[in-house]
Design a protein around this ligand. Structure first.
Ligand code: 5MM
Length: 337
């Protein structure tokens, strides 16, 4: 079947030791928030300039095998006037696309969220594929409060993620399945672990129900961390809790686990990834990244929206990508910063 061949080729191009995914799929409100910090207005022109800078960073393909784009970027030209997906592929970076339409409150379930976007998904995927996308991403978001996430929300969100993943595979796009349990709040690390385990169990049960081929998908989970308002955890504690949860929930058939950074500082996210890989003992999956903020933040602060800073910003991005490449091998040290 044609779609299986396509999915296998995409997985082969994306899952490589020491390479990860750059999440550059901020929706319009989110990118405006990121640009505000550097006093840059978010316009079609500035968004194109920023994403073009990312994708044309010389040498990035050595550490990055995939980039998640927002719909607008998929149809934009990079600075060298070739389309962004072609510019990415010139460095053997596969282009993918965020296909969810964002989160809304889950009706009659106070505090719980659900993500929209399933209607017409297959048709949209066909268009995105023609424009050069080979994988897709969908994020479900779970807050932690006293009675949240509820079991009902965990099941409803899992169902949506699995339906999305099945449609992607049918259309020949590798699904990145992203259930993000937020680190906002006062909860301790054990509460984050328990919520994440319940979420991931429901997700894999739903993926099984919907016949999703586990070998041809990528999981994008949160690391296990204490809430932002709680005390900080050492990388070894984060690594132990994260690996324990993944071992309980993720089938061996899944080829790659690519963590989101979730609001951690770039250095913190890299140190935690490093500890995870150091503690990993013959895990069946690759333990890699799909960072957004933790890869882009430093480069954004160098760029400041100015063309004369492009080269230095690209150097900053490449350095962050290299440090995470070392962390994927458990060889990162803070002195490398
Ligand atoms: C890059 O941001 C993605 C889209 O976010 P919005 O829909 O809120 O605009 C987001 O899904 C991102 O891919 C993940 O959260 C991972 O990014 P971080 O910054 O957490 O590593």
């Amino acid at each position: 079947m044609q779609y299986l061949t396509e999915l296998e080729a995409t997985i082969n191009d994306m899952v490589h030791p020491g390479r990860g995914i750059l999440a550059a799929d901020e929706s319009s409100p989110t990118i405006a928030k990121r640009f505000k910090v550097i006093n840059t207005e978010s316009t079609e022109k500035t968004r194109r300039a920023w994403r073009s800078l990312l994708v044309t960073t010389p040498g990035l393909g050595e550490y990055i095998s995939g980039i998640i784009l927002f719909e607008e970027t998929l149809c934009q030209k990079a600075d060298d006037s070739i389309m962004v997906p072609q510019a990415a592929w010139a460095q053997k970076i596969v282009s993918g696309i965020k296909v969810d339409k964002g989160k809304i409150p889950l009706a009659l379930s106070p505090g719980d969220l659900i993500t929209e976007g399933l209607d017409g998904l297959a048709e949209r995927l066909r268009d995105y594929k023609q424009q050069g996308a080979r994988f897709a991403k969908w994020r479900e978001v779970y807050s932690i409060e006293q009675h949240v996430p509820s079991q009902h929300a965990i099941e409803a969100n899992a169902e949506v993620l699995a339906r999305y993943a099945a449609v992607c595979q049918q259309e020949g796009l590798v699904p990145i399945v992203e259930p993000e349990v937020l680190m906002d709040g006062e909860h301790d690390i054990d509460r984050h672990a328990a919520a994440t385990e319940a979420v991931q169990q429901a997700v894999f049960s739903a993926l099984h129900r919907h016949h999703v081929i586990l070998e041809l998908m990528i999981l994008k989970p949160n690391m296990i961390l204490p809430g932002k308002s709680c005390r900080q955890a050492e990388p070894d504690e984060v690594a132990t809790a994260t690996l324990k949860t993944l071992r309980h929930t993720v089938p061996v058939a899944v080829p790659s686990i690519n963590f989101l950074s979730g609001g951690q500082e770039p250095e913190e996210a890299t140190a935690n990834l490093n500890a995870i890989n150091q503690q990993s003992t013959d895990e069946p999956w690759q333990l890699s990244i799909s960072f957004g903020r933790a890869l882009q933040q430093t480069a954004l602060q160098v760029w400041l929206g100015k063309p004369e800073n492009v080269t230095d910003a690209q150097k900053a991005l490449l350095k962050r990508a290299y440090l995470n490449h070392k962390a994927m091998q458990g060889q990162y040290q803070t002195s490398m910063e």
